[in-house]
Design a protein. Sequence first.
Length: 79
Amino acid sequence: MAQILVRDLDDKVVRRLKERARKDGRSLQAEVKRILEKEANLMQLDIESARKHISDIRRRFEGRDFPDSVELIREGRDR
């Protein structure tokens, strides 16, 4: 199995990863491995899976009315 060495990580990032690992009951290495595997698998989304995912999202919002975003931006600027 391959190994990766990541240099010059910000101390804050390492602290957050350690905290996340602790909360999930994993070692830092196991937590980082899980994050990398999850992200790498997301990148492998083929076009058909992407279309299905988009259709599922559209179905969830079907029939809902949403405000015009241009109007919301104008209201925000007018404040």
